[in-house]
Design a binder for this molecule. Structure first.
Ligand code: HEC
Length: 457
């Protein structure tokens, strides 16, 4: 290195005619103490690593490190996503379920290990490299054909041009040449910059086209890239299909299906009726109600929706408008414990499902009603005020109110399908509170808060 004559010399290249002479020379050079040496052969030569004194590669360690990082990344990612950032129960597994994390962990282990191998190999070999001074020797091309080359780098501590050349010559080299600096110009031809510029411009065009399509309208039908994603073959409710013998898209429940809900199954709770008492009085109707709730085979049950509501209405009509008679053994009281939490749920659900028609205060003047009036809808019936005497608890059992919410009544549709049974009972509790709020006596207000009420007035 200190030799100034070697400035433009990268090293010494010796050419050999056979594998054996190459191996013998490599051993000699190695034994002479040179370490920065390399061989170029047209095919893999067994024993060359040993002959050159090449140490085993570090690549497996880089690959292992990549794999370990991959596995840890996958586990950390899944644990964070599934149990910290967005805890979500999937198939009843715990948030941190290692068996479930294995596929992703496996994939990332492989991926990062491959990255380690691939990029590690490039880095260890100092690639990519577009040119190498050894290419300056025109004979070097034969390294891909039938000649064998041994190269001693000038960076080797023991390197001195003359001595190496002599050693190589003595070792049976057909020829020995110094590897000189590559003097060919290194600038990138201008045409490449022009091409890159043109490509960059062209690449913007699809983006612009998409952007334009998003802000303009067209009289032509839309272009569907994935036709079957835009138009799925799924059927809509009530359509006909050839898939089933009866032609119905909507499948009836399997006979004997019983509702399972978060409430468990309690027939009184689901119907608002004391079913044992009803069975004693009117077995047919009791059976009918049980069927409705338990979803008996469709061909045996009466149309499910309004039947129970009609029962209430019929009972009222039967007794004449002035004095309705309804001897259904309704549950008198809410089966749920009425506390602040239940009332809060009830208020929330009431404001979602009932207030649109009955109004937030329950006076029957919700937004839907106001709108119906404005457009003078001829068929609209005003939602009942929930503050009519007839609807107060002493005239109107909680179970009956529950049944109205569940099955609807006369013009009012039922909400049993949308609102769970316990939420319906919460609404019942809230309607009671609402009724109380409109008729409260001073004595209903806790003593400590009467002053505040008086002030508000
Ligand atoms: C789509 C509008 C609408 C919604 C939503 C609605 N109701 Fe009604 N409700 C009515 C109408 C209309 C009537 C009067 C029906 C009639 O007399 O034909 C009525 C009647 C009632 C009655 C009187 C029953 C009787 O025996 O006379 C009660 C109680 C009642 N609704 C409670 C509720 C509750 C609680 C909710 C929320 C779960 C609710 N309604 C949601 C329209 C609605």
């Amino acid at each position: 290195m200190s030799d100034s004559n070697n400035q433009s010399t990268h090293g010494m290249m010796a050419e050999f005619d056979s594998v054996d002479s190459l191996l013998a020379a490599a051993r000699r050079i190695r034994d002479a103490g040179y370490t920065k040496i390399d061989a170029y052969t047209p095919f893999a030569v067994h024993g060359i690593d040993d002959a050159l004194g090449i140490k085993p590669t570090k690549l497996p360690w880089i690959t292992l490190t990549g794999g370990v990082i991959g596995a840890l990344t996958a586990l950390a990612m899944q644990i964070w996503m599934n149990s910290i950032n967005y805890p979500y129960i999937i198939s009843g597994k715990p948030y941190i379920s290692l068996p479930a994390f294995i596929p992703v962990a496996f994939e990332l282990t492989i991926l990062f290990a491959s990255f380690g191998s691939f990029f590690g190999m490039l880095a260890l070999n100092r690639l990519p490299r577009f040119s190498n001074p050894v290419f300056t020797n025109p004979r070097f091309d034969l390294a891909t054909d039938d000649k064998f080359f041994l190269y001693v780098d000038a960076k080797d501590a023991r390197y001195d041009g003359e001595g190496v050349a002599r050693l190589l010559g003595d070792s049976g080299a057909a020829s020995v040449d110094p590897v000189v600096e590559d003097e060919t110009p290194t600038e990138v031809p201008k045409i490449f910059f022009t091409l890159a510029g043109v490509l960059a411009m062209v690449a913007i065009i699809p983006v612009l086209v998409v952007a334009m399509m998003r802000v303009t309208t067209s009289s032509q039908p839309r272009f569907h890239v994935f036709y079957d994603m835009d138009f799925s073959p799924a059927k809509d409710a009530q359509q006909v299909t050839t898939l089933f013998a009866d032609g119905r898209v909507m499948r009836p429940d399997v006979p004997g299906t019983v509702i399972r809900s978060e409430d468990g199954f309690d027939i009184d709770f689901q119907t608002g009726v004391d079913m044992e008492a009803l069975a004693a009085m009117d077995p047919a109707r009791a059976e009918h109600l049980v069927r409705l709730v338990a979803q008996a085979p469709a061909d045996e049950a009466a149309p499910a929706d309004e039947a129970a509501g009609d029962q209430v209405a019929d009972a009222q009509a039967a007794g004449g408008a002035s004095e309705p008679v309804d001897n259904t053994p309704w549950l008198q009281d809410n089966p749920l414990e009425v506390d602040a939490e239940l009332l809060a749920t009830g208020q929330e659900k009431f404001n979602i499902y009932c207030a649109v028609c009955h109004g937030v205060s329950g006076r029957g003047t919700g937004l839907v009603h106001l709108r119906a009036q404005r457009i003078q809808s001829p068929t609209w019936v005003q939602p009942s005020s929930l503050h009519q005497d007839i609807l107060y608890a002493n005239n109107y059992a909680d179970g009956k109110l529950f049944s109205v919410i569940t099955n609807g009544i006369r013009k009012m549709p039922g909400y049993g399908a949308q609102i769970s049974a316990s939420d319906r009972w919460a609404i019942v509790a809230y309607v009671r509170a609402l009724q109380l709020s409109q008729n409260a006596e001073e004595s209903d207000v806790p003593a400590g808060q009467r002053a505040a009420v008086a002030q508000a007035e």
